[in-house]
Design a protein around this ligand. Structure first.
Ligand code: IPD
Length: 266
């Protein structure tokens, strides 16, 4: 990747453009394309992704896009953008102003694996833009950010995400049940990319979820690592989903112990 800064600026411009569209559509009736028991897909998700694709592919015509709303560009390209056009779609649909745009740039490595080299998360409701380039600091609206230093679960705020499938809910419930008694506060905010950037910013101390998708975590995971945090994830057998513990690095082992014990006794 010969111009990571140009890529970051391009991703930030795309995220801001999609964020503006979200704000314009905030009070408008929402057209639902598809829904299931725990999920909603809006027509606006698709419109935001198309807008992001246009911006990214105009500047990087040789790249690919892997988005929550589908694929675009050359899928064999050495660079791919991983895009969640609206992370927190259910919040957005219900008028809860906690949703964001998430864009990561990944580079294809020898062996076909991808490494994330740039990440942008934009919350249009608060006007907060998180950015990171691998190897550099993480920034919020241009200012360098760091994870918290809290090392005891008893003083931690831990965010939990409940993904969309029944299996992931059942896996997370015992973890929730155990953690809620151990930590200062549990938070369930409904936008994974923002939960990751909140850990990166030291607002939360950790975020745990199982059954999460790549587009929810690719940008936020890099931003967290660049802010000094630890982004542990494990691919799940059911295609493209992950189990993850994102933390300030001081709490991961403790969280893992609680989670493992909770799942074993459930
Ligand atoms: C969802 C949100 C939610 C998380 C789910 C995600 P979406 O993303 O990030 O907080 O718990 O796992 O799928 O569907 O709103 O883009």
């Amino acid at each position: 990747m010969n111009s990571p800064l140009r890529a970051l600026r391009c991703a930030a411009a795309a995220a801001r453009a999609a964020g503006r569209l979200m704000l314009r559509q905030r009070a408008a009736p929402k057209k639902i394309n598809r829904q299931s028991r725990h999920d909603i897909k809006l027509e606006l998700d698709v419109r935001c992704q198309k807008l992001i694709e246009k911006t990214l592919l105009r500047s990087f015509p040789q790249s690919a896009v892997l988005g929550e709303e589908g694929l675009a560009g050359r899928q064999d390209a050495p660079l791919r953008w991983v895009v969640d056009p609206i992370d927190g779609t259910v919040n957005f649909t219900y008028g809860v102003p906690h949703a964001c745009v998430s864009i990561a740039l990944q580079e294809r490595m020898a062996g076909g694996e991808f490494a994330t080299v740039a990440g942008v998360v934009y919350d249009p409701f608060c006007g907060e833009l998180w950015t990171a380039l691998r190897g550099g600091p993480a920034r919020l609206n241009g200012r360098v950010i760091h994870v918290s230093r809290r090392k005891n679960l008893a003083e931690a705020i831990v965010s939990i995400g409940f993904a969309k499938s029944r299996a992931s809910l059942e896996e997370n419930l015992p973890v929730f049940n155990a953690l809620v008694r151990r930590v200062r506060k549990i938070r369930m905010m409904g936008a994974a990319a923002l939960a990751l950037t909140y850990v990166a910013s030291g607002r939360f101390d950790a975020y745990v979820e199982s059954g999460i998708s790549l587009w929810d975590i690719a940008a936020g995971g890099l931003i967290l690592e660049c802010a000094g945090g630890e982004f542990w994830r494990q691919p799940l057998p059911d295609g493209g989903k992950f189990r993850m513990i994102a933390s300030n690095g001081l709490l991961r082992a403790k969280l893992e112990r609680v989670a493992r014990a909770a799942r074993k006794t459930s």
